[in-house]
Design a protein around this ligand. Structure first.
Ligand code: PEP
Length: 252
C-alpha cells in the first residue's frame, strides 16, 4: 500500500524563531489526529533544518531538505551535499522543484545527477515536475511530463523506486492561486502511473506515491485528495500557516 503524504515546502521563508514556532504549532494539533499510513513532511530552509528537527522530535513530522548538490563534496561555494544532510539526520530531499528549474536553471540532466547521488546516499527523493501553461494550452502537457520523467528518473533500476516520491506540479498552478481541477490532477496522475507500469511493473506503479502541488489550500484539498491516483500534496503558501496546513492534513 502506498503512503499518503502531505509535505510543506517553506521555500525561503521563516527565520529560526518562526520555523520553531510553526513546527510547534503543527505538532500540537496533529498529535490529536489519527494519521495511519499518512506522512507529514516539512521542508524548511537549510539553516533551519536542525532547529526544526529538534522541535519535531516525538511527533509525526518529518523534516526534509528543499534541495542538494549532486557532488559529494568539494569547491562548490554555497552548496549542500547529501552527506551533510545525512549528518543531521535528514532522510528526504526535494529535487527538481519548478523554482529550481526556472530560476536557478536546473536542467533535466542535472536533476538526473542529483537523483543519482541522493539514491546512492540512500536519501528518499521527492521529484518535482510539471508543465508550463503554454504546454497545457497547446495540449502538450502529457509529452512534457513524460519527457521530464524519462530524463530525470527512468534510468533508475526498479529497486531505486522504493526511494522515490513523485510530485506533479503544473507550473501554472504554483503560487498563482489557480489550481488544476481534481479531474485534471487525476488525469495526469493516472497517466504517470500508467507510464510507471509500462516502463517498470505493476509493483512500482502501485507503490509509488504521486503528490499533487499547485495552490492546494484548505478549501480545495479534500476534493483533490479524493481522487484515486492522488496520494497527497506538496504545499507551498498554505503550509506557512499551521492552521491551514493542519486543515490540509485533515483533508487526507
Ligand atoms: C510549491 O511551491 O511546491 C507549491 C505547490 O506552492 P503553492 O502551494 O504555493 O502553489
Amino acid at each position: 500500500m502506498r503512503s499518503k503524504i502531505v509535505a510543506g515546502n517553506w521555500k525561503m521563508n521563516n527565520d529560526c524563531k518562526q520555523t520553531k514556532s510553526l513546527v510547534k504549532g503543527i505538532k500540537k494539533t496533529i498529535k490529536k489526529l489519527s494519521l495511519e499510513n499518512t506522512r507529514v513532511l516539512v521542508a524548511p530552509t537549510f539553516v533551519n533544518l536542525s532547529a526544526a528537527a529538534k522541535r519535531a522530535i516525538k511527533s509525526k513530522i518529518e523534516v526534509v531538505a528543499q534541495n542538494m548538490h549532486q557532488a559529494s563534496n568539494g569547491a562548490f561555494t554555497g552548496e549542500i551535499s547529501a552527506d551533510m544532510l545525512k549528518s543531521i539526520d535528514i532522510k528526504t530531499v526535494i529535487i527538481g522543484h519548478s523554482e529550481r528549474r526556472s530560476i536557478f536553471g536546473e536542467t533535466d540532466e542535472l536533476l538526473a545527477k542529483k537523483v543519482n547521488t541522493a539514491i546512492e546516499k540512500e536519501l528518499e527523493v521527492i521529484f518535482c515536475f510539471g508543465e508550463q501553461l503554454e504546454d497545457r494550452k497547446s495540449d502538450n502537457h502529457f509529452n512534457v511530463v513524460k519527457n521530464q520523467l524519462e530524463k530525470g528518473l527512468f534510468h533508475l533500476e526498479s529497486i531505486a523506486w522504493n526511494h522515490i516520491v513523485l510530485a506533479y506540479e503544473p507550473v501554472w498552478a504554483i503560487g498563482t492561486g489557480e489550481t488544476a481541477s481534481p479531474e485534471q490532477a487525476q488525469e495526469m496522475h493516472a497517466f504517470i502511473r500508467n507510464l510507471l507500469e509500462e516502463k517498470y511493473n505493476t509493483s512500482v506503479a502501485d507503490t509509488t506515491s504521486i503528490l499533487y502541488g499547485g495552490s492546494v489550500k484548505p478549501s480545495n484539498a479534500k476534493e483533490i485528495f479524493s481522487k484515486e491516483d492522488v496520494d497527497g500534496g506538496l504545499i507551498g503558501g498554505a503550509s506557512l500557516k499551521a492552521e491551514d496546513f493542519v486543515e490540509i492534513i485533515k483533508a487526507i
